[in-house]
Design a binder for this molecule. Sequence first.
Ligand SMILES: [Zn+2]
Length: 218
Amino acid sequence: MKKIIVPVIFLVVFSISISFASSTTFTATFMNVLAGKVIVLDPGHGGEDTGAIGPTGLLEKTINLQVALDLASILKVQGASVYLTRATDVYVSLQARIALANNLHADLFLCMHHNSIEGAPDIDRPQAFYWSTTDTSELAAKIFLEAFENFTGVQGDLIQEEYYVLQYAQVPAVLIEPFFMSNPAREKWLENPVNIWKEALVYDNGILKYFKTISNGS
Ligand SMILES: [Zn+2]
């Protein structure tokens, strides 16, 4: 399957990148922005820790992992060094997740979650969390929030929050909750692998924009 999947991934990323970049900057965008970048993807929860549970039983831990695996495939094609805090349905402590990012001196630590709220099935909006104000964490959170706001057309929230994984990360770190899986329509949407792939592409566009922005010194 790998031999079939990789060219498909390449073509999809290639065509998406074209649509997001002008023709003059395309080559630089696609080939150079992520070269040598160490990106740690952290799909939240796993094993006995299911995370949120959707109205008909979709588990947050499962979709967090699916999006992270799709995103890892895209980023590898684009030249990044990608590490996952978990690549299967296993429990990993928060300390171990942070240690991986810190020990690798990651350029970006991306904690990937899906939101849930009891008694408010209509709510579905992106939220982006950061803690440190002494690095580019806030910038990264803003860029991911904008990417998901553009994708959904719904205004979300940028929140400074003392989450453990953000507080103890010694590298730029964000925790993103793009959707509320407690919304029944969104839960159904997330059950389609095509939409998991779309979510990964929105993350990818955010990552490209983030590294382009910091390399321009702005
Ligand atoms: Zn979560």
